[in-house]
Structures are given as structure tokens and as C-alpha cells.
Design a binder for this molecule. Sequence first.
Ligand SMILES: [Zn+2]
Ligand SMILES: [Zn+2]
Length: 320
Amino acid sequence: MFVSSYKTKYFIYGFIAAVSFLFIQCREDNEDIKTPVTENVIVVVIDGPRFSETWGDSAGSLMPFMKDSMLASGVLLANFFNDGATETTAGHTAMLTGYYQTINNSGQELPDHPSVFQYFLKHNNLDSTSAWVITSKDKLEVLTDCKDSAWQHQFRPARDCGISGLGSGNREDSLTLTRALDIFDTYHPNLTLIHFKEPDVSAHAGDWQAYVRGIRDGDRWAFAVWKFIQNDPVYANRTTLFVTHDHGRHVDGISNGFVSHGDSCPGCRHISLFAYGPEFDQDRIIIDRYSQIDLPVTIASLLGFTMEGTDGKKIEDLYK
Ligand SMILES: [Zn+2]
Ligand SMILES: [Zn+2]
């Protein structure tokens, strides 16, 4: 009798312990699924290539790093579009504010609406160096502020734009990459835009070979950022990278073809979005259609806040 109750007692204790353990495990598993792990987002914009020379290139790859190394780690949205004005400032404004706006393209006008940078800094009550706008073209300094009187001159990200860093003259993309990696090392910002001016500038000069070289260089810059994320102890496994474009260029037969952009032809509208991050799937190409204004909504969701008023939607297809 004594032996039997002794065994029964320990059997019950054991049973309770096992059930508790399973319960705790299940809770931890569920919490792992629900808790986003992205703490940092980096958006790389390669200015103005056509889809036909990037992911849509069937003749030969101008993007060996993205196609052969990076795609296996992330997701490609092959049907991503600029549905507004297909100019540099307008494209950037759409993907940072969630609004298609007809905006002056020379750096003479601020976006109407606050950017994802301003929302992020306000939401987390952080100082400007937690978010950076780093651009080869000086005019893109306008992306650091907006016209909305409730937001203007407030919650502005730090900036490093053009040759002076403060917006006077464009600079080389190699220097922009160096500056970006220095800023990552020094500040480890939570939210960063890096803009490279090529291949757009060479295309406007009508130089096909330089345009092609600009796409190859953009591929290398994107790869350098992707490698930096993986090798950096603060960024590794906690950082999402997007690589995209502000607009494409005219298809052959429209105006002067690859040289220019700015209308609603398929070449100007069709861009792409590559996404790599802890919440996202890997080695997948998605053909569902998305639009530039969906990007800030997705970034906001990853970083734990919401953008108001925009018609953009979270890009659910990216997720595991
Ligand atoms: Zn552009
Ligand atoms: Zn066009």
C-alpha cells in the first residue's frame, strides 16, 4: 500500500511537470511566431533601370550578385509598379510616404505627407540619428521633411545627401556606399534609405554601355549592404533589406527609349522589389501585383507602427 501510493504520488508529480513543460513550450513557440524580429530596415534604391535590364533580362545577367546569391535568401516581387509620376522625387515620395503625389522633381518642393522616417522617430521618441536618408542626388534631401504642418520640421531623420552631405551637387555612388557603411558602423540606425544615382544619370547621357555598367554597379552595392547586414553583430538576423527602384525607363519605341522616363508607358512603370529579412520567405518569386505605396505600410508593420490615410497595403506575400 505504501509503495503503491508512493509510486502514484510521483507519477502524478511527473505528469503535472510534463504537462507544465509542454504548456510553457507551446506558449514560447506561439510567442516566437507572433513577435516580429525585425528591428532595423534598410531600403536600397537603384535609380531608374528598366525591368528588361534587371530581373527581366533574358539575354544575360547584369545582376549576378542579386540573382545568384541574394535571391536564395529572400523574395522577389516581380510585378512591382510605380503607379504615379515616374520621376525620381515622386517615386521616392510614394515609397516613403504612401502617397502618389505630383511633386517638383528638382528638390524645390517637400512631400505633402510625413514619411515613414518621421512616423518611426515620433512613435519611438528617438533622436534623428536613429533614421538616415543617404543619397547620391542632392535634391533628395527633401525626403527628410514634409509640408504637413503637424509634422513639418519635426521628427526629421539625419541626412547625408549629395557631395556635401547637406544637399549641394551630386556625388559618386561609390562614395555613397562608403558613407552608408560608415553610418551603419557608427550609429546602427533602425531605418535607412540609401539612394544610388546610377544607372539613371548615364542613361540620360544616352550612353548604353555606362547605363549597363550602372546596373552592374548597383548590383554590387546591394550585395555589399546585404553582406554587411549578415556580418554585423547588431544587424545580423534583426534587419530587413529592400532593394527597389524609383521608376523604370521608356520601352524601346517610346520617345528615345532607355534614355528617358516620366510617362505611363510599361517601361517607366514596371520596377521590382527584392526583400530579405527574418520574417520573409526565401528563394521565392511572387507575381502578384504590388505598388510603391505598399512599401511604407509594410515597413511600418515590421517596425511596429501604422501609417495613416494611405491606400497602400501591407505586402503579405513576402512573409513566411
Ligand atoms: Zn530616378
Ligand atoms: Zn515611358
